[in-house]
Design a protein around this ligand. Sequence first.
Ligand code: PMT
Length: 398
Amino acid sequence: MLQGKKIVLGITGSIAAYKSCLIIRQLIKKGAEVQVVITPAGKEFITPITLSALTSKPVISDFFSQRDGTWHSHVDLGLWADAMLIAPATASTIGKMAHGVADNMLITTYLSMKAPVFIAPAMDLDMYAHPSTQQNLRTLQAYGNHIIEPGTGFLASKLEGKGRMEEPENIVSSLERFFAQQNSLAGKKILITAGPTYEKIDPVRFIGNYSSGKMGFALANECANRGAQVELVCGPVSASMQVHSPNIHRTDIESATQMLEACQRLFPSMDSAILCAAVADYAPETTATQKIKRTGDDMVIRLKPNPDIAASLGQTKQAHQTLVGFALETNDEESNAQAKLKKKNFDFIVLNSLKDEGAGFRTDTNKITIITANGKTEYPLKSKSEVAKDIIDQLALL
Ligand code: PMT
């Protein structure tokens, strides 16, 4: 999978820098071409001579070559590479990447990079656990970068052993897995719903729920990474929820009825749909045109049932199409999910329970069970981007 791949390896100032030699050896053994870009601090930990001996290429560190004044073009590197891997990535480099502080060759190369970027953080636990580092990692992930970490990923709730750089062989296999799947969904069209719906009571109030859109956006990114064309229909999510892939087309809606309209319009031309949105089952029977004033009396709002988007798509589903649903449960999880699998004509359903710590709404992690007509697979708590990989692996089997 790495044969002939061109990898820019960014090395920063961490004690784990010596492990980059092992990464280079493995990448080259598997047929990749490696160009090292190192930060000034990185050179304090490992010499460019060692790195250029391993890669058979001069190491790039400065904007100009000291020997002959040649200019190193970060733009050319951005176009040359099939992937950029930053390993080890220090808190400082991660912060600069998240905020576009282009004060060294590695960051300028990152900002010009056209290829996917993989980041293997390396720092002590306190630096890693600091909210600013966590926020920067979230920002980088939201920009579509891949964070490679030991265990369940940087956003898992348990911090034990965190901050340590992932082992070189696992870093290399993450890249291999990425290239193996890179175009595995090319030519496929996938509809994904995400976020909550808002059902208007009056011009200032609504009935909604806690869905942030994180799970649905992670699914959209994963499908896009594998080459699918994604139609993302999403309810009102925070402005920080952005997609950055040209493979994703986003439609913003507010209510369940609007989501139904968008899904019914798009679904006939799709190969699959993954319904991750938390759709309100009921909406106010009427919406007041003016703000409802407070009175001393009790207030009663009559609700009417909303359309069931999943059931409607399930009814029109063609033989070549697959339909995937979610079940968010608080009790009798499996039997409720099984009932929804049948009733809505899903090919499989992803169960997440609010009983599990770190699962469900707003968290950066999720814990799921995939239920098909033939059985179930339980997964441990993982970051939502890793959970998305498991779900799309299951979709790819159908
Ligand atoms: O957005 P996050 O904060 O990351 O949280 C993710 C999540 C918890 C919202 C997500 O993982 C999840 O569980 N989404 C489904 C939530 C839900 O509404 O579940 P449900 O069991 O009520 O619905 C079952 C299925 O029918 C779902 O696929 C739902 O999208 C669909 N549905 C429900 C009601 C309705 N009127 N129309 C529907 O299509």
